[in-house]
Design a protein around this ligand. Structure first.
Ligand SMILES: C[S@@+](CC[C@H](N)C(=O)[O-])C[C@H]1O[C@@H](n2cnc3c(N)ncnc32)[C@H](O)[C@@H]1O
Length: 248
């Protein structure tokens, strides 16, 4: 099974002999790849949606690795047992969904009991996710950009130190969301584009230029001729200044 650059970047972070849990695996490409290439002896797929669950099951069956890749229907970490926790992949999902999966009551109890690594590819809300992971005492060990078919993706590898006990506050997502969006725009920008990623990753300049272009287009389309911008558009105008500043 050949992987595109995005899933290949995640596969290359998985240590030999690890047990991979791919949450939201859909087509099952990553688990099939790691088992086929002898990186892992075993993998687990969790899918919450019937269609992708069936397609994961079919693809695993066709690959000939059904005895090594266990496909489970369920929500996030709920179908996972304590002894299985190891390398947890969540790719191609929104940052909020990833965080919601990590902070369910069951996930919180499960993850507090065993060392684990998160391999994440958030499709949006990356700034919030970095901020929120830090509150759960995760260290982002690798934070990189990868380009596939012209799209630039963010890939992170995170490891838990002493994990914050979220069972005390089940409204943790809304609390952190409120805190994050109360930060100043430059602070939010720095979570979305950490200093070292901006300066180290060769794709960062291109990614920032694309984000800038998107915002300029929105402002030109919806803000044309307005003397006073409504709040949403004013935020975009302020972000344009930030993106220009950091992409000079
Ligand atoms: C866009 S696909 C990504 C597929 C693959 N991981 C990739 O990166 O190419 C996202 C998948 O996540 C699944 N998903 C979303 N929330 C989930 C949850 N809470 N538990 C398990 N799967 C979930 C969806 O059903 C969908 O199939």
């Amino acid at each position: 099974m050949r992987l595109g650059a995005r899933l290949q970047a995640i596969a290359s972070m998985i240590p030999r002999g690890a047990l991979v849990i791919d949450i939201g695996a859909d087509h099952a490409k990553l688990p099939i790849h790691v088992v086929q290439n002898g990186i892992c002896q075993q993998a687990i797929i969790v899918e919450v949606t019937k269609g992708p669950y069936e397609s994961a099951k079919n693809n695993v069956l066709l690959s000939g690795y059904a005895s090594k890749i266990d496909v489970r229907l369920g929500d996030g970490l709920h179908p996972i047992e304590r002894h299985e926790v190891d390398q947890i992949v969540m790719a191609g999902m929104g940052g909020m969904t990833i965080f919601a999966i990590l902070t369910s009551l069951y996930a919180n109890q499960l993850l507090a009991q065993r060392d684990h690594v998160l391999l994440l590819n958030p499709m949006n809300a990356g700034g919030f996710l970095r901020y929120a992971l830090l509150q759960l005492a995760y260290d982002v060990e690798v934070d990189q950009l990868v380009q596939e078919d012209g799209i630039i993706y963010n890939i992170m590898r995170c490891r838990a130190s002493t994990r914050y006990d979220t069972t005390q506050r089940m409204d943790i997502i809304s609390i952190l969301e409120q805190k994050f969006y109360a930060l100043s725009l430059p602070e939010q920008f720095n979570w979305e584009w950490p200093h070292d990623v901006r300066h180290r990753d060769p794709l960062a300049k291109e990614a920032l230029a694309r984000e800038l272009k998107k915002r300029v287009q929105i402002l030109e389309k919806f803000g044309k001729g307005m003397e006073v911008l409504p709040n949403g558009l004013q935020k975009i105008a302020d972000e344009i200044i930030l993106y220009r500043m950091h992409n000079a």
